[in-house]
Design a protein around this ligand. Structure first.
Ligand code: XIL
Length: 391
């Protein structure tokens, strides 16, 4: 093992944990650091390998602009990940910048990148109330919304048929705060087509790509403070309705944008929620995992350990549920995270929500994930569909 591959050198350690400390204070600070911090090397198996050993597929979101321009990032991405999720390239605003025709170039590039790098490809997302192009609202009305929905899914899911591990067919359909008794978000799709737009989308996706796992992807399912509980109950209600109508849905995607300011993470209630989903015969994927850190202390060592603690606690509960078979982080390195633009810190310090830092070094969050994968008991039940892993 080469020296430069050491994750945390003694100098790094002092920079992060021991700034300004001397004498007894420095000795005391050193004593708090677990031995692995300085022993870890990049030769240690990557997350995808540790996950795959336990029947879990691990991967991350990335964008074409990042992978094309930053070869070092691409190298680390291929090393750590078994699956790639295009961050924006499969959303309407990028595929359909104008009302006439599609622009598949960025998504095509990512699909062939994934294929060349032996990564699986995830589809995110076919139908969502957000990320719609400017022309959409003036063009899509009650009388043509169904054909826009069906034609879009036929064109996009059809183009990548056979290449996609799983499609987020509908993203974020639940929004209890919109006040409907079924908890559905009052999106343009709901307004034009009614609740049936969800059924239509799954049917169209199944017809266009019979091989892909079809996923309903939802946010705000991680916490159980009163303001959040509606997301779980209404999601369960919707899943039950879809299953009883024989809609072709295979999995629930839990976004898992973790935030300690959303209240305490209640392990037992989350475990129960996962059980209820699994009992419907659905798989569960953790689809957009990261940890918001704009509310956490500035000091890097402390901040990183608080972030890592949230990864550890959430994932150890999630991976205890056998129906959970995929873990995807929303980004891999702090160099490229949506929180730089959508969750910046008031002190202007760069955010640190992901497993690798902005120089692609493995952080405490990486170690927390590696530990949870390593400690997970081997799978006892087989996933309802076969998964193909790189390892
Ligand atoms: C985010 C992208 O990462 C950003 O680049 C973009 O500006 C906004 O969307 N939930 C989702 C993702 O389902 O599609 C979002 O991605 C993050 C929240």
């Amino acid at each position: 093992m080469k020296n430069h591959q050491i994750l945390f050198s003694r100098r790094d350690f002092l920079k992060h944990f021991g700034k300004g400390l001397t004498g007894a204070a420095l000795t005391a600070a050193l004593a708090q650091i677990p031995s692995w911090v300085m022993a870890q090397t990049i030769d240690d198996p990557p997350l995808r390998t540790r996950a795959a050993r336990k029947g879990i597929l691990f991967g991350a979101e990335a964008m074409q602009s990042e992978l094309i321009a930053d070869h070092e990032f691409a190298t680390h991405f291929i090393n750590e990940c078994g699956i790639l999720v295009p961050g924006n390239e499969l959303k309407w605003h990028m595929l359909r910048p104008t009302s006439s025709g599609f622009n598949f170039q960025p998504a095509d590039w990512l699909a062939s990148f994934a294929q060349n790098a032996n990564l699986q490809l995830r589809g995110h997302t076919l139908i969502w109330g957000d990320s719609l192009p400017a022309w959409f609202m003036n063009t899509v009305k009650d009388n043509n919304a169904a054909s826009y929905l069906k034609d879009h899914i036929a064109a996009v899911a059809g183009r990548y048929a056979g290449q996609v591990h799983s499609w987020d067919v509908v993203n974020e359909p639940i929004m209890p705060w919109d006040g409907r008794s079924d908890g559905l978000r009052n999106s343009v799709w709901l307004k034009t087509l009614g609740p049936n737009y969800i059924d239509m989308a799954f049917e169209a996706a199944a017809a266009a790509d019979p091989e892909a796992l079809l996923v309903l992807n939802q946010n705000f399912l991680e916490y159980d403070a009163p303001k959040w509980t509606g997301f779980r109950t209404k999601t369960l209600q919707l899943l039950e309705r879809l299953k009883s109508s024989n809609v072709p849905i295979h999995a629930l995607g839990i976004q898992a944008h973790l935030r300690s300011d959303y209240g305490e993470f209640n392990q037992e209630s989350f475990r129960n929620f996962l059980h209820e989903v699994a009992n419907m015969g659905l798989m569960i994927m953790i689809t957009e995992l990261d940890v918001y850190d704009a509310n956490l202390p500035l000091e890097t060592g402390l901040r990183d350990s608080l972030v890592a603690g949230q990864y550890e606690e959430f994932l150890s509960v999630a991976l205890n549920e056998p129906a959970v078979n995929t873990v995807i982080t929303w980004g891999l390195s702090d160099k490229y995270t949506w929180y730089t633009d959508n969750g910046a810190r008031a002190d202007n310090s760069p955010v640190r929500p992901l497993p690798l830092d902005d120089g692609f070094n493995r952080k405490l969050a990486w170690k927390a994930m590696a530990d949870v994968f390593d400690n997970k008991p081997p799978v006892k039940i087989k996933a309802p569909r076969d998964f193909h892993f790189k390892d």
